[in-house]
Design a protein around this ligand. Structure first.
Ligand code: ADP
Length: 422
């Protein structure tokens, strides 16, 4: 059987492992997502769920508390299950979402023992995410050594930020080496800016502000497809208030809490990452849908604060570029909440921006009104597609994944530990 070449995309977090399989569609030089899902509740009560291309659930499985802690066994389960679920596919590579590439990695990289060691050294920059991103790479390298792996970084899109956008006003001393603004959500910004350029080629060289509004939220200023400013900084705490993260905070607040309230690093981390943002302000939920459905004044205040800060930062991003030619909303809130889009845009009315309520309500691609001085778009993000694209082209570029580049060489992987994973 002539099987499809596919790429497995893994996005591993502290308690979940999200996965997708994207198939090469040679005729269109394109990728098609054939399957997606996640193992949630890792460490407590793990639940596996997979959906087909039409988002229909095709498999579910639960584990007891003891087995839920066995991360490698859960990954092994997934790798055993995939060939059965996709008998027509041959997984020829794995692409991983990695939160931090530091200053070393400004583009996707083939995973080798040396690269893994360098990524390990970046753990202190993202201690809550990086170790979980790296764990499946190590496990896969051990269990499927023939499967090429590529690491794709959330920071890479911002690697060429102008120095004024990446520098903190700290002394230029070795102790502060590496303490700079990196920015995150880069795979989303890359995907969305490429989609916009494909849909509206006249905007490809223009100044775009992209609002990635989800559980984690940030904005990016993108000029001619390149990142020139962003709201997240050294860590993914900075910038906008998020589901449970505080966003920008006067660093003096931390000194005050440490000195006057006796808080240490662990309790500050818990406060700033897990108990602040929409959850902290509302006292109710980190979920925008729940807040919008609530009549509680505190829930309304949380939504209002969020929209205020998004609008304020859009203006800041425009300022960094000397202007703005288009505004784009993406991610869970950006794609699905007409109310947030309307509120943010009405706060930006002074820019000459206006939206069409009907187009906004039905989530049209372009939601700006005829009289708006700049277009406003809603574009679904797709980080998995970006990772698969990078993974396949990285391997083709290495000359080692030549099977990926040409149909003629399909099937060239010599040792296949499982029938369908090369
Ligand atoms: P993550 O950062 O985890 O990828 P998402 O991009 O999935 O997050 O965004 C999750 C957020 O999107 C949640 O706050 C959720 O409430 C919000 N959201 C999803 N659908 C809607 C909707 N229809 N209306 C308002 N908010 C929504």
């Amino acid at each position: 059987m002539n099987r499809h070449e596919s790429c497995l995309v893994l996005n591993a977090g502290s308690s979940s492992l999200k996965f997708s399989v994207l198939r090469r569609v040679e005729a269109h030089d394109d990728l098609q997502q054939v399957l997606s899902g996640q193992i949630a509740g890792i460490g407590t009560e793990a639940v596996f769920e997979a959906r087909d291309a039409n988002r229909r659930v095709i498999a579910r499985q639960r584990w007891n508390a003891e087995d839920s802690q066995r991360r490698e066994a859960l990954l092994a389960f997934l790798l055993d299950w995939l060939p059965q679920a996709l008998p027509e596919d041959r997984i020829v590579a794995a692409g991983h979402r990695v939160v931090h590439g530091g200053r070393t990695f400004s583009r996707p990289v083939r995973v080798t023992p040396e690269v893994l060691a360098e990524l390990e050294a970046l753990v202190p920059l993202a201690p809550l995410h990086q170790p979980h991103n790296l764990a499946p790479m190590r496990a896969l390298a051990a269990s499927h050594p023939e499967l090429p792996q590529v690491a794709c970084f959330d920071t890479a899109f911002h690697a060429e930020l102008p120095w004024v956008a990446s520098t903190y006003a700290l002394p230029r001393e070795p102790a502060y080496e590496g303490v700079q603004r990196y920015g995150f959500h880069g795979l989303s910004y890359e995907y969305v800016s490429q989609r916009l350029a494909a849909l509206r080629p006249e905007l490809a060289n223009q100044r775009i502000v992209i609002c990635h509004l989800g559980n984690g939220s940030s904005l990016a200023a993108v000029h001619a497809g390149r990142g020139v400013d962003t709201t997240m900084g050294f860590t993914a705490l900075d910038g906008l208030p998020m589901g449970t993260r505080c966003g920008s905070l006067d660093p003096g607040v931390l000194l005050y809490l440490m000195r006057e309230k006796g808080m240490g690093a662990d309790s500050l981390e818990d406060l700033l990452y897990r108990r602040s943002g929409l959850l902290g302000v509302s006292g109710l939920s980190s979920d925008m849908r729940v807040l919008q459905e609530s009549a509680e004044p505190a829930a309304r205040r949380a939504v209002e604060l969020f929209c205020f800060r998004v609008a304020k930062e859009v203006a800041a991003m425009a300022g960094s570029m000397g202007g703005i030619d288009a505004l784009v909303f993406t991610a869970g809130i950006g794609e699905n909440s007409p109310a947030v889009r309307a509120d943010v845009c009405s706060r930006l009315g002074w820019l000459g921006l206006a939206i069409d309520d009907d187009a906004n309500g039905r989530r049209a691609l372009e939601i700006s009104a005829d009289e708006s001085v700049l277009p406003v778009f809603v574009l679904p993000t797709n980080e998995e597609t970006m990772i698969a694209m990078h993974t396949l082209s990285r391997l083709a570029g290495d000359g080692r994944g030549a099977a990926l580049a040409t149909r003629q060489e399909a099937g060239s992987c010599s040792t296949a530990p499982t029938p369908a994973i090369c």
